[in-house]
Design a protein around this ligand. Structure first.
Ligand code: FES
Length: 100
């Protein structure tokens, strides 16, 4: 099995019971997964995109994390995702959107 170059985790606020109910989900994070997947495919980035439970930084949501870079981004929307992926293509972070 070939491991992807990057894993992008998108908080979708899943709770223990399996419901997506928290802040990031209410801000539209569920729509980001397909968007990020398509954008990465268009850019030729080798990425797996997945969703997560609450990452415990709700006040800075919606939150996405890029590994193995350990880039934690907050307040993301589709325009910011475009900028973030542009930077990722160059091996950089968008410093102004980093929360950790
Ligand atoms: S719901 Fe996304 S960080 Fe808590």
């Amino acid at each position: 099995m070939k491991r992807p170059d990057f894993m992008i985790l998108v908080c979708n606020s899943y709770r223990v019971a399996g419901d997506a109910q928290g802040f990031c989900n209410k801000q539209g994070a569920s729509s980001f997964v397909q968007y990020i997947s398509e954008e990465c495919s268009d850019r030729g980035l080798d990425v797996v995109v997945t969703t997560t439970a609450c990452l415990s930084v709700c006040s800075q949501g919606p939150v996405m994390v890029i590994q193995p870079n350990n880039y934690w981004y907050g307040g993301v929307d589709k325009d910011k995702i475009d900028e973030i992926l542009d930077a990722l293509e160059e091996g950089k972070a968008v410093e102004e959107y980093l929360i950790a």
